[in-house]
Design a protein around this ligand. Structure first.
Ligand SMILES: [Zn+2]
Ligand SMILES: [Zn+2]
Length: 254
């Protein structure tokens, strides 16, 4: 059994075959999927999907790409949505200095605001960090002492992973660990203790090597888990059991 700790089932890429995607995941042994809304409209959709499907849970927050859409009504709507059933995390929030779809100073301001707000909710947070390692670490360190969470699709080095672990975060590994030239990420997998690792797809993005070029979907998390098992010298069953236990613990899923 495996848990896909981060997917975007609400995205329109799944509108035509979502039932099939969830069914294929179950057949592949993925009994739990956390679907992550990235703006208000998508968050509402994620919450609705969690209500619709057994084993699907929702996370919600305003993604760094979308923070420029935040207005005076956004946080009120977010506060209402996080109280819905099966909402298990706040995020993904963070910084993306690779695409810069919102200006950097705007991203930093709204990441700070959302960190503060997340503290009200008593939920773990999911962090998106792309090419913004130093700034993300700085802001999470300043936030220390509050509730931890997950660094999703971890892309830093082993030294950064150590700092994130010290701050109380889990490290979530996505499809890039299956790519050639993933030495740095494999080193992270080697160094992070098994009781702090999660696996995810980030579907529809970051398709594992075997299916690269196609849309990603939760069933493919098995390829990422297999690679993690190889790198750590464990069996797939051991990695499945440990990462599922970790995901249930951090999200509070029974
Ligand atoms: Zn992300
Ligand atoms: Zn994501």
């Amino acid at each position: 059994m495996l848990i896909d700790s981060h997917a975007h089932l609400e995205m329109r890429e799944f509108d035509h075959d979502r039932d099939e995607v969830v069914r294929r995941a179950k057949e592949a042994g993925i009994d739990t999927i956390v679907t992550v809304g990235t703006n208000l409209r998508e968050c509402r959709k994620a919450v609705a999907l969690a209500a619709q499907y057994d084993g699907v849970y929702a996370a919600l927050g305003i993604h760094p790409h979308d923070v420029k859409s935040i207005d005076e009504k956004t946080y009120g709507a977010v506060r209402e949505l996080v109280r819905r059933p099966k909402v298990v995390a706040y995020g993904e929030i963070g910084l993306d200095f690779f695409r810069n779809r919102s200006p950097r100073d705007v991203q930093i301001r709204f990441f700070g605001e959302q960190l503060e707000m997340a503290d009200e909710f008593g939920l773990p947070i999911i962090i998106h960090d792309r090419e913004a390692h130093a700034e993300v670490l700085k802001m999470l360190t300043a936030w220390k002492g509050k509730r931890g969470g997950i660094i999703h699709c971890f892309s830093g080095d082993a030294a950064m992973a150590k700092k994130c672990l010290d701050l109380g975060f889990y490290i979530s590994i996505a499809g890039p660990v299956t790519y050639p030239k993933s030495d740095r990420l494999q080193e992270v997998v080697r160094q992070v203790p098994l009781n702090r690792l999660l696996v995810e797809t980030d579907a529809p993005y970051l398709t594992p090597q075997l299916h690269r070029g196609k849309r990603n979907e939760p069933a493919y998390v098995v390829h990422t888990a297999k690679r993690v098992a190889e790198v750590k010298g464990l069996t797939l069953a051991e990695v499945g059991a440990a990462t599922s236990k970790n995901a249930r613990a951090v999200f509070g899923i029974p």
